[in-house]
Design a protein around this ligand. Structure first.
Ligand code: PLP
Length: 410
């Protein structure tokens, strides 16, 4: 498999204006990509171009700008469908991001398949946005949330997962790549088990789409949620992919303009999918920016990105392993570029603050995955999360920064 060469990475870094700056007197080392990733010039320019030349409300206008704006928005839908391996762009519903996509499924689809006594199965490593919407659904319906545990490397315990699946399980909601641990879950296998038990499957792809080639058809799932800002696109835009027949059968989620065909005081007739789920004026510029992101990523190639990030992950793991005071949290066999760790005797918040003085941006805290922290008996970790524009030298700088942290607290 071809991978990006270090010289390619140096070239690609020039596409990201934000990376070329000093923070606290040091070259910026941005290792907080799981929280949000940086934006290439092509995406920034696409958004600027939209507002400078094309901006108008979409779908309803006959004038030229309305048509251009609509083309930009709908063109982005087609691009994203292709990027995720969907054959039908009607299967892409634009949302604010992963959180909204999961809430949409929980609110609109959930009550159609479950009731009191039924179960929703999630894993122990879920982000809060793949837990809380299901808890709200349980409160509404009397269904029960069931957790499938993970082992101490941060991998789903497959035997326990099988055990907790039953005829009562109506929805299985799982993260593709864990933001707190980096674990890449065996989604195809898990989806097959869930389907065999008669459940529908919802996959949280927030941390996957920027790092792996996604093919929803191959994964076999029913719903796939993702966020633009984690894949080098704008904030405030993301998508839910869902099989067309499920979207057709689902009631709308929010009511308003655009999601209807006709409205009278006696009742309303709903629009076709996906518009039935896009009430109100959407984030048009965000979608245009996301379309530009897809173009950008496709030019590089997701396989090459994944291969380089794997090499970076191995290097980063090696760097951390040379510091005896560091304990890595999340050592799954299949991992994406997340290094979550504890520094003996130093609170994660202090680690993050001292690294920032060195120009190194990492995230500290529970990473919106408190059950993961509970599993490992810790309140917080420090997390360095990678993107394809990171270099091995930056991971060496992280190692040097961590040695400074230890000196300060010696
Ligand atoms: N799921 C995972 C695994 C995440 O890492 C995140 C964000 O950190 C989310 C869901 C929520 O994404 P958003 O805040 O973009 O909706």
């Amino acid at each position: 498999m071809t991978r990006l060469a270090p010289s390619d990475v140096m070239q690609l870094r020039k596409d990201f204006p934000i990376l070329d700056q000093e923070v606290n007197g040091h070259p910026l080392v941005y290792l907080d990509n799981a929280a949000t990733s940086q934006k290439p010039r092509a995406v920034i320019d696409a958004i600027t171009h939209h507002y400078e030349r094309d901006n108008a409300n979409i779908h309803r206008g006959v004038h030229t700008l309305a048509q251009r704006s609509t083309q930009g928005y709908e063109g982005a839908r087609t691009k994203l469908a292709r990027f995720l391996g969907a054959t039908d762009s009607r299967e892409i519903v634009f949302t604010r991001g992963t959180t909204e996509a999961i809430n949409l499924v929980a609110s609109a689809f959930g009550p159609t398949v479950l009731g009191a006594g039924d179960e929703i199965l999630v894993s122990e490593m879920e982000h809060h946005s793949n837990i809380v919407p299901w808890q709200l659904l349980c409160e509404r319906t009397g269904a029960k949330l069931v957790m499938a545990p993970m082992d101490d490397r941060g991998q789903i315990d497959m035997a326990a997962f099988r055990e907790r699946l039953s005829a009562r399980t109506k929805i299985v909601a799982l993260v593709h790549v864990s933001n707190a641990l980096g674990t890449i879950n065996p989604i195809e296998e898990l989806v097959e088990l869930a389907h065999t038990a008669g459940a529908h499957t919802v996959i949280d792809g927030a941390q996957a789409a920027a790092h792996l080639a996604i093919d929803v058809a191959a994964l076999g799932c029913d719903f796939y949620a993702t966020s633009g800002h984690k894949m080098f696109g704008p904030t405030g835009i993301g998508a839910l992919w869902a099989r067309a027949e499920l979207l057709e059968a689902m009631p709308p989620w929010q009511g308003g303009g655009e999601m209807i065909l006709t409205v009278t005081f006696e009742g309303s007739e709903y629009n076709e999918i996906p518009h039935k789920f896009e009430a109100g004026t959407p984030n048009v510029a965000g979608a245009v920016g996301l379309g530009a992101t897809v173009d950008y990523l496709e030019t590089i190639g997701m396989e090459r990105i994944a291969a380089w990030e794997h090499e970076l992950l191995e290097h980063g793991t090696e760097v951390l392993s040379t510091i005896p005071e560091i304990r890595l949290i999340g050592t799954a066999e299949k991992k994406a570029g997340v290094l979550s760790f504890l520094v003996e005797g130093v609170h994660a918040h202090d680690v993050g603050t001292i690294l920032d003085l060195e120009g190194i941006a990492v995230r500290t805290g529970h990473h919106c995955a408190q059950p993961v922290m509970d599993h490992f008996g810790v309140a917080a970790t420090t997390r360095a999360s990678l993107a394809f524009y990171n270099t091995k030298e930056e991971l060496d700088a992280l190692g040097a920064g961590l040695r400074k942290v230890l000196e300060v607290f010696a």
